[in-house]
Design a protein around this ligand. Structure first.
Ligand code: 6R9
Length: 709
């Protein structure tokens, strides 16, 4: 059935224009959701959209808030008086920990809340019931309370995918302590910057964890983090160290006397202790999640207790289609927003069973996810295009060998190629599962664009229409609407606030306004939400059917395997190397990770290019940011292509790395350097076997405009 849907049904034409990127792409065919899925779906009647129209806004979103238990109801649904710092459910009081844990004890105390799958297959899975989760969250909350932490304080976690992480998050949330979880794959230094930015005095970490078969020493990063934070004037008083094997220390790095403590030792003193959940204002912060932007300093996106939790509960219900008996597995990492919203807060607020996997998807082989799915009876599966591409490359025939059945699958984090989408649908989904391609961001808390899985047909490569209650549109540089079906791309904006949107950038309110709201605001004094479109920073095109296709970032952020890396952050890391005079980071198209980073550096006078300098640059990036940012190549070039005002023309080197046309170089101060670099880079790439493939239209557009203002 699926195959005959692959036919080209229409060819969107477009005309080129100076202001707009023209997008030529094949219009894909539709895949209807299976009738059996629709019959059981939480949203199966298209009339649900009528409850979320612009006319119903903002009261429509009380349907999401009503999924939660409130200690005190709100007085005002949406307060816009301090635009664009929106306040949702003002006057309402609740607690996220209570909503994700306590309230389920009455109905299903012995149901698994979390099932943890350790990476080594020889180790037993750990099912943690809601009752057990309640006990563990309370005991850890008692530990935090004992340290003097209280509502409004910040705490940093640098934790891998172990159950102690959601326990710690829910314990902090219980007390109103604002948590900031840093992805474990980030370096100690990166964690240190985030500790300093958030003003945390306590770091929670673990001694070790498994990744691709190795038990990594993770405690060493805590030492680096504390040191990096101290350099920025932030002292960390306590480092709480969970042990991968309680009672046994599995890291080579020594504990620091007086500062570092084993959590299992502390917990012993709080056995069975109960800490009542603190009633918090809906508008109080729940957590910070750092993300990259165009300046070097990461942005601590602040999410609220009431608005955020309502939004992730609502979208988990209607878009993840979670029912009480489902076994739900989101293979993302809790260190990213996807894990916060759709491993921990959304699924647990709905009282579901959420699977947590410690390791890499292809360890020890490419069938691991399918064994886990079969063993646990997973029926909702959530992952990223990068993981799908990788599993397709290393084990295309593996899914068919395992008897598991998904009813629902998600892709998130980057655009998915229609061909990869079809493999996901046919091979992983066995042509029996619906797919939602959910477009959203760290800043947005939850989904903004997606099909409603029981109602809307799927279209490979498009996220679909707006999520319920979300009013997106595409604007050109002048703020004029780009009509659907015009075949032209522009900037996707959301015209209205929604409960999941972040409240501010921690400590940088002006940057919050200038980055996300200033672009299309005409009256900075206005308190009417209609005057404050949210600028997402993504290019998009809307087809005649209303479906959005997201093309990628319009700023100079590089999306590696679904994770945003700021060019400025990468470049400042390279500039810490003594020999380096200038650095520029550009994206290179990669068949597995979507994009990878390539670094161009030029050296100070008196220094010569050498493998040692290259290694130093690579190390600097790994140390400052983490292995995820490791460049595919580092090119030491004689000079960078620059404009007459001295600005590095990143699009020219991006074109060089991707073997595409460098475009107009007549405005360069040093056009002769372009050919030199091209020869150097491309002959080295060909010698390494990095043979270029033809880029798609969207890839070409991104490279062509990379780094342009
Ligand atoms: C959730 C998450 C956000 C950026 C976003 C966009 C890209 C996310 C996408 C997608 C195409 C999708 N992105 N989902 N692009 N289709 N379904 O990924 O948050 O890490 O903040 O990244 O990722 O460019 O702006 P975050």
């Amino acid at each position: 059935m699926a195959d005959d849907l692959d036919d080209v049904t229409d060819d969107e034409t477009s005309e080129s224009s100076e202001a707009l990127i023209a997008v030529h792409w094949r219009e894909e065919g539709y895949y209807p959701p299976p009738a059996s899925f629709t019959a059981q779906a939480n949203a199966s009647d298209p009339a649900i959209r009528e409850q979320f129209t612009e006319d119903e806004f903002p009261d429509s979103f009380t349907a999401y808030a009503d999924l939660l238990t409130w200690f005190k109801p709100w007085d005002t649904v949406l307060d816009t008086s301090n635009a664009p710092f929106w306040k949702w459910f003002v006057g309402g009081e609740l607690n996220a920990s209570y909503n994700c844990v306590d309230r389920h004890l009455a109905t299903h105390p012995n149901k698994a809340a979390l099932i943890w799958v350790p990476e080594p297959e020889s180790e037993a899975h750990q099912a943690i019931t809601y009752r057990e989760l309640y006990i563990r969250v309370n005991e850890f909350a008692a530990v935090l309370k004992d340290l003097g932490l209280k509502a409004g304080d910040r705490i940093t976690f640098h934790m891998p995918m172990v159950p102690e992480l959601p326990v710690a998050m829910l314990a902090a949330a219980r007390l109103g302590i604002i948590h900031s979880q840093v992805f474990a794959g980030f370096s100690g230094t990166a964690a240190g910057h985030r500790i300093a930015d958030s003003g945390s005095t306590v770091l929670v970490t673990t001694d070790s964890y498994y990744r691709s078969g190795d038990l990594l020493d993770h405690k060493v990063k805590a030492d680096e983090a504390v040191e990096a934070a101290a350099k920025e004037g932030q002292q960390v008083d306590k480092v709480l160290v969970f042990r991968r094997y309680p009672g046994k220390y599995s890291a080579a790095t020594p504990m620091v006397e007086g500062r570092d403590v084993f959590v299992d030792d502390l917990l012993a003193a709080h056995k069975g202790e109960i800490v009542e959940p603190v009633p918090l204002q809906a508008t109080d912060p729940l957590f910070l999640m750092y993300t990259s932007g165009t300046t070097g300093r990461p942005k601590g996106c602040q999410h609220s207790v009431g608005g955020y939790l309502s939004y992730v509960a609502g979208t988990s219900k209607y878009y993840q289609d979670i029912h009480p008996d489902d076994t739900y597995w989101c293979m993302a990492d809790i260190g990213w927003i996807t894990g916060h919203s759709y491993i921990v807060y959304g699924p647990l607020a709905l009282g579901t069973t959420s699977v947590l996997y410690e390791g890499t998807p292809n360890y020890p082989d490419a069938a691991r996810p399918w064994r886990i799915a079969k063993q646990l009876g997973v029926n909702i599966f959530h992952t990223s295009p990068t993981a799908i591409r990788m599993l397709r490359k290393v084990g295309p025939d593996e899914p068919a060998k395992y008897d598991y059945h998904f009813k629902h699958m998600t892709t998130v984090g980057e655009p998915i190629e229609p061909e990869v989408w079809r493999w996901y649908y046919q091979s992983i989904g066995k042509s029996e599962a619906v797919i939602v391609d959910t477009w959203w961001q760290t800043e947005t808390g939850g989904f903004l664009g997606s099909t409603l899985p029981g109602i809307d047909p799927m279209k490979p490569g498009s996220c679909g229409p707006a999520a319920l209650g979300i009013l997106p549109t595409i604007l050109d540089e002048n703020g004029d609407e780009v009509p659907a079906g015009s075949g032209k791309a522009g900037n996707i904006v959301i015209r209205n606030p929604w409960p999941g949107v972040f409240q501010t950038i921690w400590g940088q309110p002006d940057r919050f306004v200038s980055t996300y709201y200033a672009k299309y605001n005409k009256d900075p004094k206005s308190t009417d939400w209609r005057d404050w479109p949210y600028f997402a920073g993504d290019g998009a095109v809307q087809a005649a059917d209303g479906y959005f296709r997201i093309l990628g970032r319009v700023d100079d952020v590089i999306n590696v395997a679904g994770h945003r890396l700021g060019t400025k952050e990468l470049e400042s890391a390279a500039l810490t190397v003594t020999e380096v005079a200038e650095a520029a980071a550009v994206p290179v198209v990669d068949d597995i990770r979507g994009r990878m980073v390539e670094m161009y550096v030029s050296l100070k006078p008196g220094y010569d290019a050498s493998p040692e300098v290259e290694a130093k640059v690579k190390n600097a990036i790994e140390t400052d940011i983490g292995k995820i940012a490791r460049p595919k190549n580092i090119w030491i070039v004689p000079d960078m292509p620059k404009t007459r005002s001295g600005k590095i023309m990143r699009r020219v080197i991006a074109a060089t790395s991707n073997f595409t046309d460098t475009g107009d170089i007549t405005t360069l101060a040093n056009p002769e350097v372009v050919e030199k670099i091209r020869h150097q880079v491309q002959s080295a790439k060909l010698a390494k076997g990095e043979v270029p493939r033809e880029l798609s239209e969207t890839e070409l557009n991104e490279i062509k405009s990379f780094g342009s203002e």
